[in-house]
Ligand binder design. Structure first.
Ligand SMILES: [Zn+2]
Length: 263
């Protein structure tokens, strides 16, 4: 894992140097753009939640992630990376490592909820917390974190001791950035995308444990609700989600010192 990670890091550095040698001006300009890491949940032999009609969460998260990348890149204001662009399995640990290695400025995990009551519907936004905001939130985190049970040889990866160190290292700025971004998403969705009654939630998600990158996990809707399921399967609705997320990301970076994100 570590060796592979290092190799990938050197590979990227070599590629960046090669690009700089060819077009130094353009490379420098591009590197000043904020880097957004999109993390489509699940993939490969981990389907995530399964809707009553058999639709997989992993399919919706990937389609949504690709649409968001397209919209963000079309603005010309961002660099965009994804933790996966095809139907492959990626461990939660590797997703976090990818964001750290890329020096991402913002990390957004995309998921679909599955809640016990079929009439519960709407999107919600999670930030990291040792304590879940409610019992349902704790259950959602347990489900999403269980993705690594699919990994060969059990790569839950991070020991409780290391977890504690990571938690203590998490800077106040990162926590503030994550909370701000979650707020930006809820504001941008309000009145356009259905939201849970209390959409700002917190729980202990493995993919949100990077202490250096402001990050949020978005549940785009509930696959257990027929109305939400129909929306999530609709490319037009996913395009609307991507448009509102682009708006939220614009708001986030326009409020961060050091970035100028003009429309
Ligand atoms: Zn999920």
């Amino acid at each position: 894992m570590t060796c592979d990670f290092t190799r990938r890091g050197f590979g990227r550095m070599a590629a960046a140097l090669a690009m700089a040698a060819v077009a130094p001006g353009r490379s420098r300009a591009a590197s000043r753009l904020p880097l957004v890491m999109i993390d489509p949940g699940h993939g490969g032999h981990d389907p995530g939640a399964i809707a009553p009609d058999g639709t997989y969460e992993k399919t919706i998260t990937l389609a949504s992630g690709l649409e968001l990348r397209r919209k963000l890149e079309a603005t010309g204001r961002y660099r965009v990376r994804m933790t996966r662009t095809t139907d492959v399995f990626v461990t939660l640990e590797a997703r976090v490592a990818d964001a750290i290695a890329a020096n991402a400025n913002l990390f957004l995990a995309l998921h679909c909820d599955h809640l016990p009551e079929p009439d519960m519907r709407g999107a919600s936004v999670f930030t990291l917390s040792d304590k879940a905001s409610d019992a349902l939130a704790a259950g959602v985190a347990a489900d999403e974190n269980s993705a690594d049970k699919f990994a060969p040889g059990h790569i839950a990866g991070v020991s409780p001791q290391v977890m504690n160190i990571l938690a203590s290292l998490e800077s106040r700025a990162t926590r503030l950035g994550s909370a701000t971004f979650a707020h930006n998403i809820v504001q941008s969705f309000t009145g356009v995308i259905p939201l849970l009654p209390d959409p700002m939630r917190s729980a202990n998600f493995a993919v949100l444990r990077d202490p250096s990158t402001p990050n949020t996990l978005l549940e785009m809707g509930c696959l257990t609700n027929p109305l939400d399921e129909a929306l999530l399967k609709s490319p037009a609705h996913r395009a609307l989600i991507a448009a509102r997320l682009t708006d939220a990301i614009d708001h986030y970076f326009s409020g961060q010192s050091g970035w100028r994100v003009a429309g």
